[in-house]
Write a protein that binds this ligand. Structure first.
Ligand SMILES: Cc1ncc(COP(=O)(O)O)c(C=O)c1O
Length: 370
């Protein structure tokens, strides 16, 4: 397997080799997606433990076999309510939700229109579906509309976008995209992975903006502090996914611990409806402090705040210097982001006090001038 060594040396020489690291928990963590700190919340932990005691550690099989637990159905009803849709279907992860939804919706004769910066799970779902894929410029509704007009063929047309983009923290113009999708007879799928639990009192950006796509996908593993994914949609579409979504049909149901934790998280979010907007306000404060220190945070408008450095090795070295000062903000490099747009990705969480955010921006300022 010579190619293994060759690939690794090539990545090393370009400063792009990644390695797994164990995080000690001693650093101030700006790289977690546990935005509301729910993974350690007592209600969430207790619901998870209770679920294990009642149902065991594994669900025992695919949901269509014997793995369908009352917990799954309860979680789906709660997710449907949260996202303002008729029904929901839980998957093994957010990645599986996106690949499962797209491969069920689209086939050889169909066309998927995908934002150029969409997550790898959307990219892989679109490729696996064997449909034609057109990538439109990031958040560019005019470009999307031009591509739709140029399309030939009679198959289904599916538009797919994230709502809050994972590496830029900016927000898609979901209303304009929704209106275009209705005019052009397209199916609209919106991935709310980073918006669930944070925007729209927890329901996401579409909920906040009163937009009802055909399918909303999301994850239980970020603001909900658990693990797993979901798709919210109409009851009929849920039935369709139960029959046609391969990552649902041919994969084991979510473990009770994760389903229980997600139910606990939804209970906490329900009782603290303003947590998400507080988080977004704190992130705005942090962005402002970074801008005053002379950094570019792109078009971020959420709890995800990138500091765009561009050069890969400069980004890695800035991340190391921060770590030496007790702060964890991981460098994001190509191919996760386009060439020439390496960045530090800060996730602001409710665990960061305003003072910590100000101190972090001050440390960044010091590093800029060293
Ligand atoms: C936009 C987006 N969609 C989907 C996923 C996948 O979610 P999960 O981690 O639950 O597989 C992620 C997570 O990295 C993401 O950022």
């Amino acid at each position: 397997m010579n190619f293994v060594n060759k690939t690794l040396s090539e990545l090393e020489s370009r400063g792009l080799k990644r390695a797994l690291r164990i995080h000690s928990g001693k650093l101030i963590n700006f790289s977690t997606n546990d935005y509301l700190g729910l993974s350690t919340h007592p209600v969430v932990v207790n619901r998870s433990v209770e679920a294990v005691k009642l149902f065991g550690t594994g669900s025992g099989g695919s949901r269509l076999m014997a793995g369908n637990l009352p917990l799954h159905e309860e979680l789906e009803s709660r997710l449907a309510l949260l996202t303002g849709m008729e029904a929901a279907l839980v998957y093994g992860s957010g990645f599986l939700a996106n690949t499962g939804v797209l491969t069920a919706l689209a086939g050889r004769n169909d066309t998927i229109f995908s934002d150029r910066l969409n997550h790898a799970s959307i990219v892989d779902g679109a490729i696996t579906s064997r449909s034609r894929v057109h990538r439109y410029r990031h958040c560019d509704v005019q470009h999307l509309s031009d591509l739709l007009k140029k399309r030939t063929g009679t198959g289904r047309k599916i538009i797919v976008t994230e709502s809050v983009f994972s590496m830029d923290g900016d927000i898609a113009p979901v209303r304009e995209i929704f209106e275009l999708s209705r005019r052009e007879g397209c199916i609209l799928v919106v991935d709310e992975a980073h918006a669930t639990g944070v925007f729209g009192h927890g329901g996401g950006i579409c909920r906040e903006k009163g937009v009802l796509p055909d399918i909303v996908t999301g994850t239980l593993s970020k603001a909900l502090g658990s693990y797993g994914g979901f798709a919210s949609c109409s009851s009929k579409t849920r039935d369709f996914l139960v029959n046609k979504s391969r990552s649902f049909v041919y994969s084991t149901g979510l473990p009770p611990a994760s389903a229980g934790a997600a139910l606990g998280a939804l209970q906490v979010i329900e009782s603290r409806k303003e947590s998400g907007s507080e988080l977004v306000r704190h992130a705005a404060f942090f962005r402002e402090s970074l801008k005053q220190a002379g950094f570019s945070t792109g078009n971020s408008a959420s709890q995800i705040v990138p500091v765009i450095v561009r050069d890969t090795s400069a980004t890695v070295s800035l991340s190391h210097s921060l770590e030496n000062r007790g702060i964890l903000a991981v460098a994001i490099r190509p191919p996760t982001v386009p060439e020439g747009s390496a960045r530090l990705r800060f996730s602001v969480t409710l665990g960061h006090q305003l003072e910590t955010l100000q101190n972090t921006a001050d440390k960044m300022r010091e590093l800029k001038w060293n």
